[in-house]
Design a protein around this ligand. Structure first.
Ligand SMILES: Cc1cc2nc3c(=O)[nH]c(=O)nc-3n(C[C@H](O)[C@H](O)[C@H](O)COP(=O)(O)O)c2cc1C
Length: 186
């Protein structure tokens, strides 16, 4: 596929098959991620890759975080939370390093890591995988950040759920044009 084909044919796929993804393919995604531009070459990305039983511990952490927030909800709600990581055979948690020098701007680090996430989504598409970038309360929760070994003030900007596309996946929806979001100075 050309780059343009990969960009235009990518779309979020929340429903993927449970079939495992070979490690070699996951490593290709991570290698694509770290090709992203990053100011001062600080490599501000941190990845935690979860597969197989590695997802169970994440499910436990999600249930624990949920319990801390909503202690009175019925047990089924915790069980549902615990199951969430099983929605895909691979989950990559992506976080951003805090700047360690004055010249480094945290927003620039976040931009670089967001570019790395997009590289993963595009590479996944090229490699025949489906993926969705998820965040939500989970990604901001200090219990979850601690589970991954991140600091409470460190940004966990993505939980990328990846697997082989389910044939039932939703069809592509055409995007609104760039035109009403663009000014030309000529
Ligand atoms: C930073 C970020 C966070 C996102 N978080 C979620 C999420 O928590 N749940 C979800 O279903 N989709 C999430 N998405 C995916 C968007 O909903 C999706 O990209 C959007 O609907 C456009 O659809 P497309 O990716 O198929 O083009 C997120 C996307 C980004 C960039």
């Amino acid at each position: 596929m050309t780059v343009m084909n990969v960009i235009y044919s990518r779309h979020s796929q929340g429903k993927v098959k449970s079939d495992p993804v070979p490690r070699e393919l996951i490593e290709k995604l991570l290698s694509a991620a770290v090709q992203a531009p990053n100011h001062f070459k600080v490599r501000p990305w941190r990845f935690v890759v979860m597969t197989g039983k590695g997802r169970d511990a994440f499910g436990e952490a999600m249930a624990q975080a949920f319990r801390a927030k909503f202690p009175d909800v019925p047990d089924e709600a915790f069980a549902k939370e615990r199951q969430k990581p099983l929605r895909a055979p691979v989950i990559i948690a992506v976080a951003v390093d805090k700047p360690t020098e004055h010249k480094i701007d945290e927003i620039e680090n976040i931009c670089a890591v967001a570019a790395a996430c997009q590289n993963i989504l595009l590479a996944a598409n090229e490699l025949g995988l489906g993926a969705i970038w998820r965040t939500g309360d989970t990604s901001r929760d200090p219990i979850i950040k601690n589970f991954f070994g991140f600091m409470p003030d460190q940004h966990l900007i993505g939980l990328l759920y990846i697997g082989y596309p389910d044939t039932e996946s939703a069809a592509m929806v055409e995007r609104p044009s760039f035109e009403d979001r663009t000014r030309w100075l000529e």
